[in-house]
Each structure stands twice: as structure tokens, then as C-alpha cells.
Design a binder for this molecule. Structure first.
Ligand SMILES: Cc1cc2nc3c(=O)[nH]c(=O)nc-3n(C[C@H](O)[C@H](O)[C@H](O)COP(=O)(O)OP(=O)(O)OC[C@H]3O[C@@H](n4cnc5c(N)ncnc54)[C@H](O)[C@@H]3O)c2cc1C
Length: 415
């Protein structure tokens, strides 16, 4: 039986721990005072605040779904909901999501532009796009790019989309063909008619329920930040009590590895890790007007927020009482409270500030070399019984289910 130290009690670390605990002695170290990482929730004034992400759950991986649902009484603890999202355009027009399927609702001159774009696109060869801007124009045409995709995505990425690489895109964005766009508009296909247009949501406590359940039965040492991992004679010294382990699985942020790891040289990787870029998110918890939506996308350049997640619609218990409706307004990177309030005043649904949290690491940015670098580093460190997985360990745009899948793959190397 190996002694295994797992760093980080987010979805990834907890999944790894649950998988390895059967045949090993496993300890999870977490710097925060609660498990969950990005999916942590807390109650504020009786309302449930998702402090960052992991709002809803679903997966296209059956093995992940099987593993996940074994831990819950699905019908009793979760509700299944259809996505109902909208794009709020500047002129007060609310267009159902995805916008490319509802172009018939847009103003006349825009529709004419979109039709010309589609005709042009159907005659062109779909050569590979070199960056995100090219990708969006090739997929959706210049008119929709200028009206929605560009302003919305520039708020998220805070840079020219020509400078955003596309390696992270896989599986993240709809990739409709010209034929599909035309068909979906003619037939007025709704979001709920798409595969994976449903999600599961917890009846109580939001995604904190997932974190708490995954932490159940584990030895999780909370409020214990790992500042040093020392490799010595084939073993690892870990934690403030300097306990000895055979194996380490790191599920924190790769940026801290060059500082933390001792006794194994990261060589040239240290510089490459240092150069990795990412964004943070300011999640602003608000009371908002009642509405029927799950997500609202906001391309308007009048304010900086890009999305409202209407978490008050996900479960009745998320709002303090039946007169209150809550949601989270999202801004990329850190926004100060005064600026938040100024922005909220210009936004739809009259958001009233309750509280906010800034999370410095939310969206990893990959370049064309990131995946190979991470793969090579994994291979090198495995020789010292050091493994890593997770959104900011792998520098991947994982959703919860994909983080679980990646954790499973990592454990296959260890068992
Ligand atoms: C805004 C946003 C919305 C999202 N919405 C969804 C969604 O609706 N559905 C979905 O499936 N996914 C969603 N995701 C993705 C989901 O949140 C992540 O896939 C998942 O939470 C990643 O878990 P993780 O364990 O890999 O990383 P993290 O959650 O970052 O966990 C890492 C943990 O390690 C701890 N740690 C780090 N360093 C140390 C150290 N040195 N010592 C001890 N502890 C340490 C941290 O405190 C943290 O608890 C969203 C993400 C974001 C940012």
C-alpha cells in the first residue's frame, strides 16, 4: 500500500483521492478552509453565492456519469433543467442563444449582411483558421462577428481575438456548418432541442454539495497550504509536519511548482511555466429582476461584464425567499467595487450588488506549445513518482466532468 499525498481539494484532487483510496493510504492537503476550489459556494443574506464556477453538471462521458452518479441520489438531490439562454443586444433586443440560429430576429440590415456572408462562406473553402478571430469569421461570417462574437469575446479575453490561439477550442464552441445555420434558422430550432442542452443542478447548496460529497470519507487536511515538496531518496516530504510519502499527485496551480518542488530540477520548464498566461474572474453576486433565463450573454460595449448566470433560477433554495431572485454577474479579471457598481447601473435586469469575489486564476490561456510542454513535463516527473492533473495543473479549460476524466486517466498511471 503506497502513501499518497494529493495537493488540492478541488474537483480534480478529490476525484483522484476517491479513486486511489481503495488501494492506498491517501491524504489531501488543501490551503483553503473548505473543499471545492473553484466550485465553492456560500450563503449570503440567505441566498446561495457560487463564488466562481462549476455552476452546473453534465457530461458526454458515460464512464464519468456512472462514477459521479454512484455518489448521489440523483432524483432526490438534483434537478434536471433545460438550458434557456439569451443574448441581450444593445438595442433592448433579446435573442435566444445561440444567436446564429435566431438571426431571423435581428434587424433587417443585419439579416441582409448575414445572408450575404452565408452565401460567400458556402462558396469558400473552409481552410484551417490560424487564430480565434479567423475561426469566428469563417464559421459565422463578418456581420455576426462584428455584432456579437467580437465584442462579447473581447470582454472575456481582453485582447484582440487575432492574438487568441485556438488550441483550447476543441469541444468548447458550437461548430455549425453553413447548411446547419440556414436549417436552424428556417426551422427556428431552439437551444433545448440540441444534444447536451440539459444540465443537472443540486436542489440544495449548489456545487458545494458535489465538493462536500467527494470529500466524504477522505483524510482532507484543510487550511494547510503546501509550500514545499521535497524529493529525497525516492520519497517525498510533504506538509508542515513533514510526513513521508511514496507518491505525490499535484492538483493545484502549475505556476507554483518551480517554487515548491525541491530535489527535482524543473530545468527549462521553469521559464516556460512562468510564461503561461491566464485570466481571473470577478464574480459579483446580485439581486436581479425575475426572468426565465439560465445564462444571459452581454456583448454590449457600454459595460464590462460579459455574462449573467441566473443561479436563482437553478434551484428554489438558491433565493432567500420567493420575492428575491439572485444571479452572478461576471467580469474578466479584477474589478474594484466602485467600478462594479458603476457597471451594474448600466446593465439589464437592474442588478443590485450583494457581494463579490475575485478569483485570480479562472481561465488558462494556451499557446501552440502548452500541451506538448505539459505532456513532456508529466513524463519527466512521473519518474520521481510525481503526477499532476487539474484545470490549472494541466493548464486546460476543463469543465468539472473533464477534470474528473483527466483525474481518472492520471490514476490509471498510478494504480
Ligand atoms: C467562471 C467559471 C464557470 C464554470 N462553470 C462550470 C460549469 O457550469 N460546469 C462545469 O462542469 N464546470 C465549470 N467550470 C469549470 C470547473 O469549475 C472546473 O473544471 C473545476 O472546478 C476544476 O477543478 P480543479 O480541482 O481542477 O481546480 P481548482 O478548483 O482550482 O482546485 C485546486 C485546489 O487546489 C488548492 N491548492 C492550490 N495550491 C495549493 C497548495 N499549494 N496547497 C494546498 N492546496 C492548494 C486550491 O485551494 C483549490 O482548492 C467553470 C469554471 C469557471 C472559472
Amino acid at each position: 500500500m503506497n502513501r499518497i499525498a494529493i495537493i488540492g481539494a478541488g474537483v480534480s484532487g478529490l476525484t483522484v483521492a476517491q479513486l486511489l483510496k481503495e488501494n492506498n493510504q491517501v491524504v489531501v492537503y488543501e490551503k483553503d478552509d473548505a473543499p471545492g476550489g473553484l466550485i465553492k459556494c456560500r450563503r449570503v443574506e440567505g441566498n446561495l453565492f457560487h463564488t466562481c464556477g462549476g455552476h452546473v453538471f453534465n457530461s458526454k462521458y458515460n464512464h464519468v456519469l456512472d462514477w459521479f452518479w454512484r455518489r448521489f441520489d440523483r432524483e432526490r438531490e438534483f434537478v434536471k433543467t433545460e438550458r434557456n439562454s439569451a443574448v441581450f443586444m444593445e438595442n433592448g433586443l433579446h435573442v435566444p442563444y445561440p444567436i446564429e440560429n435566431h438571426t431571423y430576429m435581428l434587424p433587417d440590415d443585419m439579416v441582409k449582411g448575414i445572408v450575404s456572408d452565408l452565401v460567400l462562406m458556402s462558396k469558400q473553402n473552409q481552410s484551417e483558421a490560424l487564430n480565434f478571430e479567423e475561426f469566428l469569421i469563417k464559421r459565422f461570417g463578418k456581420t455576426l462577428y462584428d455584432a456579437y462574437f467580437k465584442p462579447y469575446n473581447q470582454k472575456i479575453w481582453r485582447r484582440s481575438l487575432a492574438d487568441v490561439p485556438i488550441s483550447w477550442l476543441e469541444g468548447k464552441l458550437p461548430m455549425p456548418t453553413v447548411e446547419e445555420i440556414i436549417y436552424n434558422n428556417f426551422k427556428q430550432v431552439k437551444e433545448k432541442e440540441f444534444v447536451h442542452s440539459t444540465f443537472w443542478y443540486e436542489k440544495e447548496n449548489g456545487s458545494q454539495l458535489i465538493a462536500d460529497r467527494l470529500a466524504k470519507g477522505l483524510d482532507v487536511r484543510l487550511s494547510e497550504p503546501i509550500e514545499q515538496l521535497v524529493y529525497d531518496n525516492g520519497k517525498w516530504w510533504v506538509g508542515k509536519d513533514q510526513e513521508l510519502y511514496d507518491i505525490v499527485v499535484f492538483c493545484g496551480n502549475i505556476k507554483s511548482l518551480p517554487r515548491i518542488i525541491k530535489g527535482v530540477s524543473l530545468g527549462q520548464y521553469a521559464t516556460q511555466i512562468d510564461a503561461l498566461e491566464s485570466h481571473g474572474t470577478t464574480s459579483v453576486f446580485c439581486k436581479i429582476d425575475k426572468n426565465p433565463y439560465s445564462w444571459i450573454y452581454l456583448p454590449s460595449e457600454e459595460y464590462e461584464a460579459h455574462r449573467i448566470i441566473c443561479t436563482g433560477n437553478f434551484a428554489v433554495s438558491n433565493n432567500a425567499d420567493e420575492n428575491t431572485m439572485t444571479g452572478t454577474v461576471e467580469f474578466t479579471d479584477e474589478i474594484k467595487k466602485d467600478d462594479i457598481i458603476e457597471n451594474l447601473d448600466k446593465m439589464p435586469l437592474h442588478p443590485q450588488y450583494i457581494t463579490h469575489q475575485y478569483n485570480p486564476y479562472t481561465y488558462p490561456i494556451q499557446d501552440n506549445h502548452t500541451r506538448q510542454m505539459i505532456k513532456d513535463l508529466k513524463e519527466e516527473l512521473a519518474a520521481s513518482h510525481f503526477f499532476f492533473t487539474g484545470r490549472f495543473a494541466d493548464w486546460e479549460y476543463y469543465n468539472m466532468d473533464v477534470a474528473m476524466d483527466a483525474a481518472m486517466k492520471t490514476c490509471n498511471h498510478i494504480k
